[in-house]
Design a protein around this ligand. Structure first.
Ligand code: HEC
Length: 246
């Protein structure tokens, strides 16, 4: 037990240091530039400061100290030392303490850039005190982060125009057919029903249909027989087992 040991043990010293470093910053409030009282807009006021001074080391490429400041959820999650932004409480937010030089290392680090001005710190404080909202900006910031399609916001494109629409049953078919038409190709004729159920069954549940299932599908004259077959196979537990392997 700790109580039986001299208090100068290394764990005790580490514990004391750690405790003093995490004491709330209330006493330091006076040392901070005042929080901006005008309404702060993230895209207009905050994002440019972060982009110019911070994202080089806290962005898509590097996350020094485990901290990324280019997308909201990552920034709000904080870094190795825990949350860096406490919405509504700028004086307690480690991000502010770092840029104001109240932590061991000022941000940006001495050798890598000028300190932020009092006005810039006031803007970041105002933004945090007003709720640290990232509204309307994640699209802009992710665009600069990467051109990769997975970072782009979804768009709904218009289906392409076609010479012959008779094959098309839904808007996605139009994209497929447009590509075929572009290559001077036509879709293959639809397979017979016995082939369809066999393909569908192997695709979705990894097993061929039983002879009874084939007969039932051949005899099903309802116009949506195929859709019903898809639904039945999707509801089959084998569907999850089959695709769970991937
Ligand atoms: C040249 C690189 C560089 C730049 C630019 C930079 N930082 Fe850092 N930052 C670091 C490094 C390295 C650490 C880790 C320091 C450590 O662990 O002692 C760090 C740590 C931090 C942390 C603590 C993270 C944690 O949870 O431990 C915060 C907050 C922070 N930076 C904020 C900022 C802000 C805000 C800016 C812009 C105003 C900025 N930094 C600019 C390199 C940088």
């Amino acid at each position: 037990m700790m109580t039986h040991r001299p208090t100068c043990s290394l764990p005790a010293i580490v514990a004391i240091l750690a405790a003093s470093a995490t004491v709330p910053a209330l006493a330091d409030d006076a040392k901070l530039p005042p929080s901006a009282s005008r309404p702060i807009d993230f895209a207009r006021d905050v994002e440019p400061i972060l982009a110019k001074n911070c994202q080089r080391c806290h962005g898509p490429k590097k996350q020094k100290g485990g901290l990324a400041l280019h997308v909201a959820d990552r920034a709000m999650a904080g870094g190795d030392g825990g949350p860096a932004i406490v919405a509504g409480r700028s004086a307690e937010s480690r991000l502010i303490r770092y840029i104001a030089g109240l932590e061991d290392e000022r941000m940006p680090p001495e050798d890598s850039g000028d300190p932020l001005s009092s006005e810039q710190i006031g803007i970041l404080r105002g933004w945090i005190d007003q709720g640290a909202k990232w509204s309307g900006t994640s699209v802009a910031s992710t665009k600069t982060a990467s051109d990769h399609w997975s970072f782009q916001p979804p768009r709904r494109p218009d289906p392409p125009s076609l010479k012959d629409r008779s094959w098309v049953r839904n808007p996605i078919d139009a994209f497929v057919l447009a590509h075929l038409e572009g290559q001077g190709m036509r879709p293959s004729p639809e397979a017979d029903r016995a082939t369809l159920i066999r393909r569908l069954s192997l695709d979705l549940i990894g097993l061929p249909p039983t002879p009874e299932e084939v007969d039932a599908f051949l005899a099903d004259q309802r116009p949506d027989a195929y859709d019903r077959l898809v639904d039945r196979l999707l509801a089959n537990p084998r569907f999850g087992e089959c695709w769970g392997r991937h």
